[in-house]
Write a protein that binds this ligand. Structure first.
Ligand SMILES: O=C(O)CCC(=O)C(=O)O
Ligand SMILES: [Fe+2]
Length: 429
């Protein structure tokens, strides 16, 4: 890993004031740069990194312990086996650093002309980054405390979702020669003694592996043993888009399924570009007013069946809502061909930022979300996508700006699917 010299640029998202970098988890050698004369354990910080360095300008130790940098309040050069300046003896995990410098976000990678010492692997780096909202940083000074919605599976999910974005402006995965052959000297110039990292013209060439990673279909990970995951899908000027998922919410899901099978299901006609079509699912609407969407108007049934009232009450208790939801739309997906196309539940009768609770009964179907394009993008080509398999008896909450900033759908499947009911509880205002 010698003779490297390039910059990696990251587009700052609106409302974000810091970027946190962390070595990739469960990857051996995710951060491993030759420190020259320094000792690996203590090696990260400006004084030690005399050979190879990842340069993250004015970085501070990240993490809930708020440990200071060993020598300076902030450092810029990182090398050895630790992407922070806390010795392994003080803290074993490689928790990474955060930079809150204003302006464009750039990270530089410089290695000298020397090959690594024979005992070293010197693999390079494999990092993940996460942008930190200004509100979070401002209330937590330079060294942040953990954000309750930015830990555990949330981090993981958000990373995965961002990773899937096929957008050159927003990669969260940066890679410098990790497990790759050493680049030839003609492509990269060594850093000269005393030369500034910032004063040079840097070139960032994305590896084939990183490009392939961008093409991967979006995924979302959750642990079925846990009763809940929650994630902030995005933060925009509309606020946070939050989803919460309780895979094992209903204990009487089988009974609820049997009751709903007895309902009098309605076939609904919609109008698309002047042409009438039969919606690919059956529906019933309970609420104070009729519900109009996609050229259709659903008549409102006033009294929810007992089992639906019971579920309504359970959600109210869990969510510590003052009142039960006053409306529910129940969908019946007969088989794999039934679906609901991309849409947001953004009708004015639900208010600007509706709180929607969605119960699933029957066969598992994939619930997909995609972020609405952010200017200058005008298409969904580069949007973030998230997909959640909604299981029998589960509860999914959509709140905040989800209906303003995201669309969702339940697409047709190619493989056999059995019956599924979905109840979306809402409040008409
Ligand atoms: O069936 C689902 O999970 C989603 C239904 C939905 O989005 C809707 O009815 O508005
Ligand atoms: Fe919907």
């Amino acid at each position: 890993m010698n003779g490297m010299n390039y910059a990696i640029c990251i587009r700052r998202e609106a409302g974000f004031c810091g970027v946190q970098f962390k070595p990739g988890e469960n990857i051996q050698g995710a951060f491993d740069l030759d420190p020259g004369t320094g000792v690996d354990d203590l090696s990260s910080s400006d004084a030690f990194c005399t050979h190879d360095a990842l340069v993250i300008p004015a970085a501070a130790n990240a993490g809930e312990h708020g440990l200071p940098m060993l020598n300076d309040p902030t450092a810029s050069k990182f090398c050895g086996l630790r992407l922070n300046a806390v010795p392994h003896s003080q803290r074993a995990d490689n928790f990474g650093v955060i930079t809150t410098l204003p302006g464009s976000i750039q990270v530089f990678f410089n290695t000298d002309a020397n090959p690594p010492a024979p005992h070293r692997y010197d693999r390079g780096f494999h990092l993940r980054f996460q942008q930190r909202p200004c509100t979070f940083l401002h209330t937590n000074s330079r060294l942040p405390q953990p954000d309750p919605l930015a830990t555990g599976s949330f981090n993981h999910i958000l990373f995965r979702a961002l990773k899937s974005m096929d957008n050159k402006r927003r990669s969260n995965r940066i890679q410098g020669g990790w497990s790759k052959p050493v680049p030839t000297r003609t492509q990269a110039k060594p850093l000269l003694e005393g030369q500034s990292h910032t004063g040079k013209a840097f070139e960032y060439k994305e590896s084939a592996e990183a490009q392939a990673c961008r093409q991967k279909p979006p995924e979302i990970n959750y642990n079925t043993n846990e009763t809940l995951f929650e994630t902030i899908l995005s933060t925009t000027e509309n606020g946070k888009s939050i989803i919460r998922y309780y895979p094992e919410f209903l204990s009487n899901a089988d009974e609820a399924f049997v009751q709903l099978e007895k309902e009098e299901w309605e076939e609904i006609k919609g109008i698309n570009r002047g042409t009438e079509f039969l919606m690919p699912r059956q529906m019933i609407w309970y609420g104070p007013y009729p519900y109009s969407f996609a050229g259709a108007t659903l008549k409102n049934h006033k009294v929810m069946p007992p089992i639906v009232q019971e579920i309504n009450e359970l959600i109210r208790k869990l969510m510590k809502k003052e009142k039960n939801f006053n409306s529910v739309l129940i969908n019946h997906y007969r088989d794999n061909k039934d679906s609901v196309d991309w849409h947001s539940d953004d009708e004015t009768l639900f208010g600007k930022q509706p709180f929607i609770a969605s119960i699933s009964l029957g066969d598992t179907r994939n619930f997909e979300l995609r972020q609405k394009p952010i200017l200058p993008d005008t298409t969904y080509e580069y949007s973030q996508h998230v997909s959640i398999p909604l299981v029998h008896g589960s509860l999914l909450i959509m709140e905040g700006a989800v209906q303003l900033d995201w669309q969702h759908r339940l697409r047709k499947e190619f493989h056999t699917r059995k019956k599924r009911f979905n109840l979306t509880f809402r409040d008409c205002i």
